[in-house]
Design a binder for this molecule. Structure first.
Ligand SMILES: Nc1ncnc2c1ncn2[C@@H]1O[C@H](COP(=O)(O)OP(=O)(O)O)[C@@H](O)[C@H]1O
Ligand SMILES: [Mg+2]
Length: 236
């Protein structure tokens, strides 16, 4: 099968600090892949390297068979990649409705399956808050808006960095349900999160980083078989 995303031997440094030591993995169309690891192991740096937000010293990233390594971030995103970064508070003085309407566009194939109405139907909580400013939302609602804003760009790959971090259990559950719906709609996902139980159930493949190196890369079945080992990497 052709790969949707291929990451090969990424080495990324911040100044003198060598953070990624040859990270490689791939993702097939329709797959959900988890990227796990303790804090500071290089998960966000891997995502930023894929998106061109940091420039790897060596290695390559290709998407839909096309080499992207030297493209600027906006051109990568125009090839149907959407990114929900970690942390919140990236909202301007716009209402929920305005945020979604401004971000909405069709993808490179001219598809707009995920339009404003579908996103609102997927996030009933947002529907109640359409006239609220993004900055007035709770943490969970902001996360939903961030995911909604990514979805209306009709991506082939959705990259989520710690989307459920710091949220109340009920909201967390709602977000996982939405991620499942997104997966079922055919969008591939690369998910950084700490909840190994949910990820094992949801994702097709799992990557674990320790100090910028891939120490585990396998299916959910493989993860079940080596659960103790993986939990030790995660400090669970
Ligand atoms: N902008 C930066 N400048 C310098 N060091 C950074 C920067 N961002 C991250 N780091 C360092 O790189 C390492 C990996 O960070 P990160 O990729 O954010 O890890 P994770 O997402 O797994 O928690 C950490 O040691 C972190 O302190
Ligand atoms: Mg991170």
């Amino acid at each position: 099968m052709n790969k949707l995303l291929e990451v090969k031997s990424l080495h990324t440094l911040y100044g003198e600090s060598h953070v990624l030591h040859g990270v490689s993995f791939d993702l097939s169309p329709g797959q959900a892949v988890s990227l796990m690891g303790r804090n500071g192991m290089g998960k966000t740096t891997t995502l930023k390297s894929i998106l061109g937000l940091v420039e790897p010293r060596s290695g390559s990233v290709s998407f839909k068979g096309e080499e992207m390594t030297t493209l600027p971030t906006w051109q990568r995103m125009r090839r149907d990649i959407a990114y929900v970064p970690e942390g919140r508070g990236m909202f301007h003085n716009l209402t929920v409705k305005e945020h979604l309407q401004m971000a909405a566009r069709s993808n490179t194939r001219g598809e707009s399956n995920w339009n404003y109405d579908r996103v609102i139907a997927t996030f009933p909580r947002l529907e109640e808050r359409l006239a609220n400013l993004g900055t007035q939302l709770s943490g969970g609602e902001q996360q939903m808006l961030a995911i909604g804003r990514a979805l209306v760009t009709n991506p082939d790959l959705l990259i989520l960095d710690e989307a459920t971090e710091g949220l109340a259990p009920l909201i967390r559950k709602e977000i996982w349900e939405v991620i499942r719906t997104i997966k079922e709609s055919g969008i591939s996902t690369l998910i950084v999160d700490k909840n190994i139980k949910v990820l094992k159930d949801l994702c097709d493949k799992h990557i674990v980083l320790v100090k910028g190196e891939v120490v585990f890369s396998d299916s959910s079945e493989g993860l079940s078989e080596r659960l103790d080992e993986v939990e030790s990497y995660l400090g669970v």
